[in-house]
Design a protein around this ligand. Structure first.
Ligand code: G4P
Length: 534
């Protein structure tokens, strides 16, 4: 084996890449901070916290971000732990939930599903879970906030099994909850991990480890908690599934961990189990079949474009997931869509707010490239024989509005701006089939996308626009195209539009109308996602 092949193989073996899927407030920022703390990047943990606390003061990113105090860009956090190189892809949430949140999952090999113990599964988590399932990503569940009163642990497990159709294997099981939370029992290591609260979890938590069968446990846990734990463990051993790594890797079984990110209970154990069981960088499907990450030729694809990160330069950054081979600064690669060759200079690794130049990157890593304007979402870069990765799907938008240009003298700038922002993937654009209504319909998954589009049309193209909201919340692509739609006859309670590739899309006011339509027209196949590009 060549030296390069060995180098790539070692890099792949030590890399673990994941994204956290959760609903706002479940504790994603807190968990991220604690993971970084265990990764030894203590100052970085502080940086994450600072980003939350002082967004107005420290952010030098897009002007809008400063005005609103929100983080528009998702970043990649890289840290080491016990010989592993970990890439945590940050998924934007809260008000900045957008298609980028979904697209980030296209660059992830594993997902950590973070659940608030009191609230159980929440809407944003369910949506992101669906996207993970499209790629059959392994899902690791962390049930957080066990230091506060919450739902019964068995009920939470049941909810995941019933509602998401995932088998569960609880690895860490909680001992008590709320004020009585004493720690966790590790079912694989057969150890009790008893924790002491650290002050707001700023330090690594102190823990006492006691093996199963050790008599000291009687003095350390109140008898009623111990009995409850024993009963629950017996139940899990009796009726629960066995741990099956293959099923985990196929996204059909989720290992479950209970803990408290804020007080640092269970985070380290979670990280260690996760690193052991998570998938290393995976093969991606392409026009040439699945490409193994250890293939020597560098390949990667663009999963996200970010404009105006630095208002002084108005530059754009393309985020590339490295899929195979070794990336080196200044290397020459081919751009599959245009057939052009280009030199990848000024690569950046994106870590929190800092931008650090990088020399090399390996499969599972993400690099930021200054975009000369030629990249679009889903574009493939490669060295060697031509190939294209299969692209990133468009997801069903949830908000729709006509975008109006009230000033006819700005028509050209308006058209140019709309086209460029669409190409960049800032928003989806649809058109009514009625030729008298040719104004673009903006379609997005989050309100912020609309604001960004209007802001950028004004700032970059000098066009002031107006939005007229439409009353739809669900889009479905007609799988078999226009002939199938015509054959179905008259459609009630839906607006027929076409997407940018002139494919038919139906817009509905609510899910109920979709179901009604499916009952009325059982032969018409509808899909909530549409592939981008080829
Ligand atoms: P997010 O990024 O998912 O939106 O959540 P974030 O980490 O910001 O956490 C949301 C709130 O939940 C924060 O409280 C945080 O401290 C709290 N939290 C996170 N993990 C735990 C946990 O394990 N136990 C408990 N009890 N609380 C937790 P906040 O009041 O909004 O902020 P702060 O003043 O605590 O920083």
């Amino acid at each position: 084996m060549s030296e390069l092949a060995q180098e790539i193989q070692a890099a792949v073996a030590s890399r673990r890449n994941f994204a956290i899927i959760s609903h706002p407030d479940a504790g994603k920022t807190t968990l991220t901070e604690k993971l970084l703390l265990y990764g030894g990047a203590i100052h970085q943990a502080g940086a994450v916290k600072a980003r939350r606390a002082q967004r107005h003061a420290t952010s030098d990113w897009m002007e809008m971000e400063q005005q609103r105090g929100i983080s528009i860009t998702s970043t990649v956090l890289q840290f080491d732990y016990q010989g592993y190189q970990i890439n945590l892809l940050d998924t934007p949430g809260h008000q900045d939930f957008s298609e980028d949140t979904y697209r980030t999952l296209a660059a992830a090999d594993n997902a950590v599903m973070l659940v608030d113990a009191a609230k159980g599964l929440e809407p944003q988590t369910r949506k992101l879970f669906e996207v993970c399932q499209l790629r059959a990503l392994p899902i690791f569940t962390f049930i957080n906030k066990m230091d506060r009163p919450g739902q019964e642990s068995l009920e939470l497990i049941d909810e995941i099994e019933q509602e998401l159709g995932l088998q569960t294997f609880p690895v860490l099981w909680p001992i008590g909850i709320g004020d009585q939370f004493r720690g966790v029992y590790d079912r694989l290591r057969q150890e009790f991990h008893l924790f002491e609260r650290s002050e707001h979890g700023r330090k690594e938590a102190q823990e006492t480890i006691i093996p199963m069968g050790d008599a000291r446990i009687d003095q350390l846990i109140e008898p009623h908690l111990y009995h409850q734990l024993k009963d629950e463990l017996e139940l899990l051993d009796g009726v629960g599934a066995e741990l099956d790594l293959d099923l985990i890797h196929q996204g059909k079984m989720t290992p479950v961990f209970f803990g408290s990110a804020m007080t640092n209970f269970g985070v380290k154990l979670f990280l260690e189990h996760f690193l052991e069981k998570a998938l290393k960088p995976i093969a991606y499907r392409s026009s040439k079949g699945a490409i193994e990450p250890t293939t020597e030729n560098f390949t990667g694809f663009v999963f996200k474009l970010q404009a105006n990160m630095d208002p002084k330069h108005r530059d754009r950054v393309a985020f590339i997931r490295v899929c195979s081979g070794k990336f080196e600064k200044d290397m020459n690669v081919s751009h599959a869509r245009t057939g052009k060759s280009l030199r990848l200079s000024r690569p950046q690794k994106l870590f929190a707010q800092g931008r650090e130049s990088i020399e090399t990157a390996y499969p599972g890593d993400v690099i930021g490239l200054n975009n000369p304007g030629m990249f679009a979402i889903g574009d493939t870069l490669y060295v060697g024989p031509k190939l294209e990765y299969e692209g990133i799907p468009c997801f069903s938008p949830e908000i729709f509005a006509y975008l109006r240009n009230p000033n006819p003298s700005k028509f050209k700038q308006f058209q140019k701006g709309v086209n460029e922002l669409r190409e960049e993937g800032a928003v989806q654009i649809m058109y009514a089939t009625d030729p008298t209504k040719r104004e673009p319909i903006l379609a997005a998954v989050g309100q912020l996308q609309f604001e960004v589009v209007q802001f950028r049309l004004m700032n970059e193209y000098g066009v002031e626009t107006r939005l007229d909201p439409l009353p739809y919340t669900v889009a479905r692509w007609v799988v078999d195209g226009w002939p199938a739609l015509e054959a179905a006859g008259r459609i009630f309670n839906a607006l027929t539009v076409q997407d940018n590739w002139e494919r038919p899309v139906l817009l509905f006011k609510n899910e109920w109308n979709v179901q009604q339509m499916e009952t009325d027209h059982p032969k018409l196949r509808l899909s909530r996602i549409a592939p981008i590009g080829f």
